[in-house]
Design a protein. Structure first.
Length: 201
């Protein structure tokens, strides 16, 4: 299970030695040895630490343990690191990148076409890229991905109008509950969800 991010220098973290310029060289960089520790728990502790220097984070981004990479993808605020992880072979890592607001838009948009629906769903639920979200909604065949799009409070009103007409009542329920849905659309959906959406699992 992903743990909470640890500020550098806090108890249980790898310490304040990471409060350095993340563009610094690797030679003599404090913490790089811990990023290559044989103990995955040590490396995972590093991945959960705020303010990692970029060379340390980049080393962890290719860690052999997918759990370490997933924790780094969830906690990192470095766009370069997240961009490099957007094509990770492990689905939970890509899901974490898709959910991370620090991921650069280009990398995140790549995940909108990910072959795994979990990654597409994570992106659809958090993106503010209206044009890309509308394209995904128009082509998406997996119901729970459309549900996640319909639940995204950053979705545009036009996209939510499209989802309000979805053939699946679960998607319409999510659109009805979204505060960004137009009031007149929500009024129509209220009757629809009371009549057709109730009890849908």
């Amino acid at each position: 299970m992903t743990q909470a991010r640890k500020p550098a220098g806090s108890p249980g973290s790898t310490g304040g030695q990471f409060d350095k310029d993340r563009t610094g060289g690797v030679a003599g960089l404090p913490g790089f040895d811990l990023a290559t520790s044989p103990d995955p728990a040590v490396r995972d502790d590093m991945a959960l630490t705020e303010g990692l220097p970029r060379p340390v984070a980049l080393r962890l981004s290719v860690d052999p343990d997918p759990g370490v990479r997933a924790d780094l993808a969830e906690t990192s605020d470095d766009p370069m690191v997240l961009a490099n992880m957007a094509s990770d072979p492990h689905t939970p890592v890509r899901v974490a990148v898709a959910s991370n607001p620090a991921a650069p838009r280009g990398a995140a948009r790549l995940l909108s076409g990910d072959p795994e629906p979990q990654a597409r769903a994570a992106w659809a639920n958090t993106t503010d890229d209206q044009a890309a979200l509308d394209r995904l909604v128009a082509r998406e065949q997996v119901t729970f991905v459309r549900c996640e799009a319909a639940a995204n409070p950053l979705a545009g009103a036009d996209t939510l109008d499209r989802l309000a007409g979805d053939p699946n009542p679960r998607v319409r329920l999510e659109a009805a509950a979204n505060p960004s849905t137009r009031p007149d659309t929500r009024v129509v959906l209220t009757g629809d969800t009371d009549r057709r959406g109730g009890g849908v699992e």
